[in-house]
Design a binder for this molecule. Structure first.
Ligand SMILES: Nc1ncnc2c1ncn2[C@@H]1O[C@H](COP(=O)(O)OP(=O)(O)OP(=O)(O)O)[C@@H](O)[C@H]1O
Length: 256
């Protein structure tokens, strides 16, 4: 079952077509890679799927619903979450507080209930703490809940960022270069972690990544962009053999 697809999704910035006629489909619980050289249009594709930009032409569908151009918060509420290339944590907050803030959008209590602290709000708040702790346990950060977010080692900050995205209770998770800046040990752990996330949270995952070992190990299917155009789509072994891909991208990478 296709859970998300784009239909000839395109965007122009002035004279530059950053993404042209992208037809990408995610099947339920698939892990799919989106790769390509710098400036190929990968993050821009994420930005259109998550409502940061509206496509200039074409559309994004979540199930049967056309979500093109909806606001990012609306799209997040519909179950699409993302992480960013540069880690975006609340630097001075603890690990637990970072999760609590992210889960806030799922609160049902009214402003009035929270301001006068009605029992219903207390119940919901307690539930929020329980959920945040369950999430931290699931991503292996339980013992660090009181640490300042930025005091964590890099790999753990990435995990926390992913946990923050999960706090919005998504069904689809978009990861933008999660292995960026990681050492080989951390990126091996990340590969396993992404696989576990799908199982634990029943997620469909779309992954932008330059680290080819991570992509080839974790993705079941891969789309390759170059100058905004889709130059290949297929299984990892097909992509590795594809001449156009090798020429455009893999050939220039020493970690391919
Ligand atoms: N808001 C914008 N205004 C103008 N040009 C933009 C804007 N956003 C992206 N671009 C351009 O669109 C193209 C695609 O950029 P994008 O960031 O999507 O590439 P990418 O594949 O994610 O690259 P990288 O791997 O380096 O992150 C680039 O030429 C970029 O300069």
């Amino acid at each position: 079952m296709t859970v998300l697809h784009t239909q000839n999704m395109s965007i122009c910035f002035g004279g530059l077509t950053a993404v042209m006629n992208l037809n990408l489909a995610l099947e339920d619980k698939e892990i799919v890679g989106l790769i390509g050289p710098n400036g190929a249009g990968k993050t821009t594709a994420f930005n259109m799927i998550t409502g940061v930009y509206a496509p200039t032409s074409g559309a994004v569908f979540l199930g049967d619903r056309n979500i093109s151009g909806l606001r990012p918060d609306v799209i997040s509420n519909l179950g699409i979450a993302r992480t960013f290339q540069n880690i975006r944590l609340f630097r001075d907050m603890s690990v637990l507080e970072n999760i609590l803030v992210a889960g806030h959008q799922r609160l049902k209590s009214s402003l009035f209930a929270s301001v006068v602290r009605l029992p219903s709000y207390h119940r919901e708040e307690r539930h929020m703490f329980e959920k945040a702790r369950t999430l931290l346990e699931a991503v292996g950060l339980s013992d660090l809940e009181d640490e300042k977010a930025t005091s964590l080692p890099y790999g753990k900050q990435r995990r926390l960022e992913i946990a923050r995205a999960l706090a919005t209770e998504p069904s689809i998770l978009l990861l933008d270069e999660p292995a960026a800046g990681m050492n080989p040990q951390e990126s091996r752990e990340l590969t396993d972690f992404i696989g576990q996330l799908r199982e634990k949270f029943g997620l469909t995952i779309l992954l932008i990544e330059h680290h080819m070992q991570v992509v080839m190990r974790v993705c079941e299917r891969i789309y390759v962009l170059d100058y905004g155009q889709t130059i290949a789509e297929g299984k990892p072994e097909e992509i590795q053999r594809n001449e156009r891909v090798i020429e455009a991208y893999l050939g220039g990478q020493d970690n391919a």
